[in-house]
Design a protein around this ligand. Structure first.
Ligand SMILES: Cc1cc2nc3c(=O)[nH]c(=O)nc-3n(C[C@H](O)[C@H](O)[C@H](O)COP(=O)(O)O)c2cc1C
Length: 361
């Protein structure tokens, strides 16, 4: 109880100066490491307590420059890592996935065809665990302050968690304990690679919007098991995304039109329930826009931290602005043109003024 937006928090051994986290976003800036470092430096100078950068590729050794730029401005940075397995990850390749999903089950809409895939063998699962451990080691070598494992949205780890895409009969499927086995093995492998001094966060989908998908009770049970197994903090989001309503993106974690306060914080109740069930810090993400709401959910003990993504793309200095007393809500209108820009091959930025046609996808 009684958390405040600008009070520090310790997660594992990491001290953060406030309760604001930039939620992961792929940045499309690998080709320009200098501009990239500047972009993250701006976020650090703008007061974000912890910046979570979206995945980077193995060859992007320049990422160390980003971590240095953030540290020089008193910021902290984490990297998100994700498994290469799963439906839809590389639709043109025959990918190992939790299970074979029969044609006709529309889990992503036709925007992200799930493509050729086969049920992953034990060996392929072990390879994936080992490659996540290597990714974490690489992230540590960049000098990041924390690592986040991606098990939300369409990620492979979430595909193992939801019974919709995991119909395995072996130790990786069936009960919720079995469906989080992969997450626990990833925890152990990553920890043995990076040691105990860097906190390991997980972004967890706790429900998905499909019939026969993951139900909230199971998502909460998973959160409990993962907190017990050692993950240091849980960012709460949704699982598989339903892209069938491109005008509102209502079935996705990047909902549009978060204009009124009542539309904000669309995963608030889920995060509050997870927070009640675990004794590790939580991050509430998804349409958080108003300082009043941030204060309310922190003060009410509904979460320990607040995650925002699109607002920081538009206003890297938002936290500083709020801290200095201008408490007007984030100016982001959740138009998703930041995502559309990425899909056009542009760097992560706010493109609200572009005259691009929506729907997004
Ligand atoms: C352009 C863009 C890229 C994103 N990339 C990722 C990603 O790589 N990993 C992830 O977990 N979430 C990703 N997200 C989702 C965000 O982290 C966040 O969960 C979501 O946008 C809701 O927060 P918001 O309403 O504050 O934007 C992305 C979102 C956007 C808009």
């Amino acid at each position: 109880m009684g958390n405040m937006p600008f009070s520090p928090i310790k997660i594992g051994s990491l001290e953060l100066k406030n309760r604001f986290l930039m939620s992961a976003a792929v940045d499309g800036m690998a080709a320009d490491p200098i501009a990239r470092a500047q972009r993250y430096a701006e976020l650090a100078a703008g007061g974000v307590g912890l910046i979570v950068a979206g995945r980077v590729l193995n060859k992007e050794v320049e990422f160390g420059r980003v971590a240095d730029a953030v540290h020089e401005r008193g910021g902290r940075i984490a990297l998100q890592i994700l498994s290469h397995m799963g439906l839809g990850f590389e639709p043109k390749v025959d990918s190992p996935a939790a299970s074979v999903v029969p044609e006709g089950i529309d889990i992503f809409s036709n925007v992200f065809p799930y493509g050729r895939h086969h049920e992953a063998s034990d060996g392929e699962i072990e390879d994936s665990i080992a490659s996540l451990a290597r990714a974490a080691k690489l992230a540590k070598s960049f000098g990041v302050d924390a690592i986040q494992v991606h098990s939300a949205h369409n990620s492979a780890l979430f595909q193992f968690l939801t019974p919709l895409t995991n119909q395995r009969k072996d130790k990786w499927g069936g009960s919720i304990e079995n469906r989080v086995r992969l997450h626990r093995e990833v925890y152990k492998a990553v920890r043995s690679e990076i040691g105990s001094d860097i906190p390991l966060f997980i972004k967890l989908g706790v429900e998905d919007p499909f019939p026969n998908g993951l139900k909230l009770e199971e998502g909460i049970a998973a959160a409990k098991l993962l907190a017990e197994c050692g993950y240091d903090a849980i960012e709460v989001s949704q699982g598989l995304q339903d892209f069938r309503d491109p005008k509102t993106m209502a079935g996705t974690p990047i909902r549009m039109g978060t204009v009124k306060m009542s539309q904000e914080g669309y995963f608030r109740a889920w995060c509050r329930d997870v927070k009640k069930a675990i004794d590790k810090p939580t991050i509430m993400t998804g349409g958080m826009r108003s300082f009043e709401l941030v204060e309310e959910v922190l003060a009410g003990g509904e979460t320990d931290m607040i995650g925002m993504c699109r607002p920081f793309v538009k206003e890297p200095g938002l936290v500083k602005r709020w801290e200095e007393g201008n408490r007007k809500k984030a100016t982001c209108i959740s138009c998703n043109k930041c995502g559309l820009g990425l899909m056009k091959g542009l760097p992560l930025a706010c493109y609200v003024k572009e005259k691009w046609d929506l729907p997004l996808l």
